[in-house]
Design a protein. Structure first.
Ligand SMILES: C[S@@+](CC[C@H](N)C(=O)[O-])C[C@H]1O[C@@H](n2cnc3c(N)ncnc32)[C@H](O)[C@@H]1O
Length: 236
């Protein structure tokens, strides 16, 4: 696996999406000056790109290795909901010899103040041009990639073999918004890898939506309290 490279233009978005990579100075400044100024200005400073790249490569490799045994053996179509920059998609692309198509869904703007709680529609912190540039820079081909706005009419003409949503659906907002996509665009062997904030969801209710479900991982960090689950076959 080649090292993933985040460029300076990608950095701010990555830090919004994975705030555990913020430097300690940035966290202090956010507490001191509030989220508006932090979101507008200070997110850009006090964090070296090479440190972020080193940590990203180390941590995501582990994150991906923990998923490998649960992935479908082959896959043609992958859906990433709340993809952010789509780091996990680079690993998936390397993993499959027969290169899959990636459909990404996200929001194409940054909120004035970025919060990380749970609410009915989610919080936006992405930019599709930056996401595309990041993914093409790290090995995806443009004909493998489609990016959709979460607030648009989401009609697809494929069945996805794998649906991933890391720290997004179930973590920032409920699954409801995507149930019709699951109904129309998945099959009985579709694998779902989803992060669920237990505080805001009834996990048994979510498990009941699928033919099978298991917990892969339980985070213990107070600010990132979630379970990563693997489910197969959305019940229609
Ligand atoms: C914490 S980030 C996680 C990004 C990426 N999945 C990762 O693991 O690094 C959450 C992402 O969900 C996106 N998001 C927020 N609300 C959304 C919604 N309703 N539908 C799809 N994406 C949403 C945000 O813009 C952001 O990119």
């Amino acid at each position: 696996m080649k090292k993933i490279q985040l460029k300076n233009t990608h950095k701010k978005y990555f830090l919004f999406q994975r705030n555990e990579y913020l430097s300690s100075q940035q966290i202090k400044i956010r507490k001191l000056l509030g989220r508006y100024l932090f979101t507008k200005i200070f997110i850009n400073f006090f964090n070296s790109l090479s440190d972020i790249n080193d940590n990203l490569n180390k941590n995501f490799k582990k994150e991906f290795n923990d998923l490998i045994d649960h992935l479908p053996r082959t896959t043609s179509n992958i859906l990433d909901i709340g993809s952010g920059l789509g780091v996990i998609d680079i690993y998936l692309n390397e993993h499959y010899n027969q290169k899959p198509n990636f459909t990404l869904i996200d929001k194409n703007f940054i909120e004035k103040k970025v919060y990380y709680g749970f609410n009915s529609s989610g919080q936006a912190y992405n930019n599709f041009k930056i996401t595309k540039d990041f993914l093409l820079h790290n090995g995806l081909n443009s004909d493998q990639l489609s990016i959709f706005d979460a607030d648009s009419n989401l009609l697809f003409d494929v069945k996805f073999d794998l649906v991933v949503s890391l720290l997004s659906m179930g973590y920032h907002y409920p699954l409801d918004q995507y149930l019709s996509v699951f109904k129309n665009n998945t099959h009985k062997n579709t694998v779902f890898i989803i992060d669920i904030a237990e505080e805001y969801n009834d996990k048994n209710q979510i498990f009941n939506l699928f033919d099978s479900a298991k917990i892969l991982y339980k985070s213990s960090l107070p600010r990132h309290n979630y379970i990563r689950i693997c489910c197969i076959g959305f019940k229609k």
